[in-house]
Design a binder for this molecule. Structure first.
Ligand SMILES: Cc1cc2nc3c(=O)[nH]c(=O)nc-3n(C[C@H](O)[C@H](O)[C@H](O)COP(=O)(O)O)c2cc1C
Length: 201
């Protein structure tokens, strides 16, 4: 999306929600949890980055970002604009082997440019606009280790990105519970989180 679109929407006062979507399934469990979260935001501008469709290259540690405020690989430029313009960042992801699916992990690693901007270039904060973030996680098992690990990773990454994590909603046990009671509990927790974030905007 062009930068002038971002600016126009900011001037209109419409809140911008950026979804970083980590599932390969557009109508899977993660999509259902996301739908519950977004319900309280009928008037927000919602922009979605589908990690599996974008197939963003991984960070190759070229270190260009330690000497200038830029990235050597252009495929992140649009996500950079979206991140800067967003009021709310929603990370919606399944657990894959106790972490993010690889395409979403690549996006997370590409935020290294903000770490470098903060700690190598001294930009404080490296992203001007403060953001609120929500984490939505699905997991096949009832084990919460994957959600906890993802939470820790994002807490570290978002702390340099002027972004505070307001909470998380986890739908655990999806492998044995597709469409059953625990979805209702997870959907409620996603909606409650959305309402809490909305009240702060
Ligand atoms: C490659 C792969 C790895 C997975 N690893 C885990 C895991 O470590 N822990 C877990 O609880 N579920 C794991 N799962 C299950 C998914 O997290 C679960 O099925 C999730 O609900 C899928 O979301 P989706 O319906 O949006 O695709 C894994 C699934 C796949 C395909």
């Amino acid at each position: 999306m062009p930068e002038n679109t971002v600016m126009k929407e900011q001037l209109c006062g419409q809140k911008q929600i950026l979804v970083l979507f980590g599932s390969p399934h557009k109508s899977g469990t993660t999509a259902r949890l996301l739908e519950a979260f977004l319900e309280p935001f009928p008037n927000a501008k919602i922009q979605s980055v589908n990690a599996f469709e974008r197939n963003i290259a991984p960070c190759n540690a070229c270190n260009v970002c330690t000497t200038a405020e830029k990235c050597s690989i252009a495929d992140f430029d649009e996500i950079d604009s979206l991140l800067r313009g967003a009021d709310v960042i929603v990370v919606a992801t399944p657990v894959y082997n106790l972490s993010f699916p690889a395409p979403l992990k690549a996006i997370v690693d590409r935020t290294q440019r903000y770490f470098s901007a903060r700690f190598s270039l001294g930009l404080r904060p490296p992203i001007e606009k403060h953001k609120l973030a929500a984490l939505l996680v699905t997991a096949g098992s009832l084990d919460l280790d994957g959600a906890d690990i993802i939470s820790r990773q994002l807490k570290m990454v978002f702390s340099v990105m002027n972004t505070s994590i307001e909470g998380r909603a986890v739908w655990a046990g999806t492998d044995s519970d597709k469409g059953c009671q625990t979805f209702a509990a997870a959907a409620k927790s996603a909606k409650d989180l959305a309402l809490a974030i909305k009240s702060k905007l």
